[in-house]
Design a protein. Structure first.
Length: 197
């Protein structure tokens, strides 16, 4: 599988994600509360939202940070985010983050429902690029790998084009500051400890 296949898949899913503007699902609510908690406890002036989709978390991040850059592979999602974004200074970018060089670092990086959709052969480069663009703190949400494994065996059609089982081995260059979740999703607050994977 190539990145163009993945991009085409997410272009088609944009209208599904647009529905979150009308009815925020329980996952979105958890992510917004996570942002608020990090803002209150740690604080951040700049944020990078990788895999921003239609910009719901990006808009919320802008309430906490002076500068927000939001990236998604799907151009259609970025178009929707720009149309719905009430803050003209959120910088929405379409493209493959694995290959991006933004020439700046951010206090806080969000990877909400992203890692499981990165092709395995690109994951190391992707995470190295996250580290390159982050001053210190990364927030991650991933499906519980036990649930992903179960779905692959019982009902693989429910999964997205790339839905990998992500384990804490991916976080070897990070210190886990906080972990929460349930049998469906896991949430992590990470601090960079090594600059290269």
């Amino acid at each position: 599988m190539e990145i163009e296949e993945v991009k085409a898949y997410y272009e088609k899913r944009t209208s599904y994600h647009e529905g979150y503007f009308k009815n925020k699902n329980s996952r979105t609510v958890v992510l917004l509360k996570m942002i608020d908690k990090i803002s209150d406890e740690i604080g951040f002036k700049s944020a990078l939202d990788i895999g921003c989709g239609v910009g719901i978390t990006s808009e919320h991040l802008r309430k906490c940070a002076k500068k927000v850059t939001a990236i998604d592979l799907a151009e259609k999602a970025i178009t929707v985010a720009k149309e719905r974004n009430i803050y003209s200074d959120v910088n929405y970018i379409s493209g493959d983050f694995t290959e991006m060089k933004l020439n700046e670092k951010f206090d806080f990086v969000c990877l909400f429902d992203v890692l499981e959709h990165i092709l395995p052969q690109h994951r190391k480069d992707f995470l190295n690029n996250v580290i390159e663009h982050c001053n210190n703190i990364v927030a991650v949400s991933i499906p519980n790998p036990n649930n992903t494994k179960k779905l692959k065996s019982l009902n693989p059609k429910i999964l997205q084009i790339v839905d990998e089982e992500i384990t804490e081995d991916c976080f070897n260059n990070f210190t886990i500051l906080d972990k929460s979740g349930n049998s469906i999703y896991l949430y992590y607050l990470l601090e960079i400890k090594n600059r290269k994977l």
